[in-house]
Design a protein around this ligand. Structure first.
Ligand code: PLP
Length: 326
């Protein structure tokens, strides 16, 4: 075991509150949508927290800004480094730009040019690497050491977790207590932060994390009591292609989450179509996890007040069109 449990100081709801103050005025307070169609179909009351309308198109900006704003003046001057092919890269790049911090992002050679361009557009320096021959974590550590950069991990970090939790905090403050909350899950930063908010603001709310069936490492970890590692899963939910959850996120999930559920890619496409056609919103495949799991629990949710965190809306428009016609 590479770490000692007692050394982990887990974030609390107070950290989520402090994060909310730090990001106020920078992050959008995203809208909560409702749908009469959904409410009638479920015989329940649904509230959709739309992080697809967050700056850079996903909740990742919340954690990034919260983490970067707490660096020391020396760390800010030297800059930060992150590895990501997706939303974490853009979240860090935008937060760094706002706080005037130099950012370096490691991205795979084969990551989509639109994502590279978006990250560079926020002023970050992008370094490409070959994900089949190079170990990105080692490369990241080397670059960080050589240049005095601070590494900002995508989910297993106290300030990242606290920042992501502000999404659920806003939801509960706007709509009041809920019976169930469904949260998309990759490495578990969003889920663990949102669970902290749920425990504080709606203690009886059931909290569910949802991951792709092809990559159910968090479900295996939750049920077996130890962090399970898997190969990179094949799924259209590219924001949830993580191989394992983190040490902090695992402890928080064990303490505050009721269950981890899975859904298939076909169910994600079905919900993506529903969002587009009925609610007029573009949601990326990973952002559809939460609603897809709720659909599997229709009977159980009857008569309840249900929260759905829509985690993001960053999907290439050609890809979106393909999936709509699938
Ligand atoms: C990163 C991401 C997730 C997963 O978040 P974790 O904190 O890693 O669990 C889910 N949806 C979207 C859109 C993301 O960008």
């Amino acid at each position: 075991m590479g770490y000692i449990m007692s050394e982990l100081t887990l974030p609390t709801y107070q950290d989520v509150e402090a994060a909310a103050q730090r990001i106020a005025g920078f992050a959008h307070k995203t809208p909560v949508m409702t749908s009469t169609t959904v409410n009638n179909e479920f015989g329940a009351e649904f509230f959709f927290k739309c992080e697809n309308f967050q700056r850079m198109g996903a909740f990742k900006f919340r954690g990034a800004l919260n983490a970067l704003s707490q660096l020391s003046p020396e760390q800010k001057k030297a800059g930060v480094i992150a590895f990501s092919s997706g939303n974490h890269a853009q979240g860090i790049a935008l937060a760094a730009q706002i706080l005037n911090i130099p950012a370096t992002i490691l991205m795979p050679i084969d990551s989509p040019e639109v994502k590279v361009a978006a990250t560079q557009g926020y002023g970050a320096k992008v370094i490409r690497f070959d994900r089949y021959t190079q170990d990105r974590e080692q490369l990241c550590r080397e670059l960080a050491e050589q240049n005095g950069l601070t590494i900002i991990p995508p989910y297993d970090h106290v300030d990242i977790i606290a920042g992501q939790g502000t999404a659920a905090k806003e939801l509960f403050e706007e709509v009041g207590e809920l019976d169930a909350l469904f949260v998309c899950l990759g490495g578990g930063g969003l889920l663990s932060g949102c669970a902290l908010a749920a425990r504080a603001l709606s203690p009886n709310c059931k909290v569910y994390g949802v991951e792709p069936e092809a990559g159910n490492d968090a479900q295996q970890s939750f049920r077996s009591g130890k962090i399970v590692h898997i190969a990179t899963p094949k799924t259209i939910a590219d924001g949830a292609q993580t191989q394992h959850i983190g040490h902090y996120t695992f402890e928080l999930i064990k303490q505050n989450v009721d269950d981890i559920l899975t859904v298939t890619d076909a169910q994600l496409v079905d919900r993506m179509k529903f969002y587009a056609e009925r609610m007029k919103i573009i949601v990326e495949p990973t952002g559809c996890l939460s609603f897809a799991a709720a659909l599997n629990m229709k009977e159980q949710l009857r008569g309840q007040r249900v929260g759905i965190i829509i985690s993001g809306g960053n999907v290439d428009i050609k890809r979106f069109a393909e999936l709509m016609l699938a």
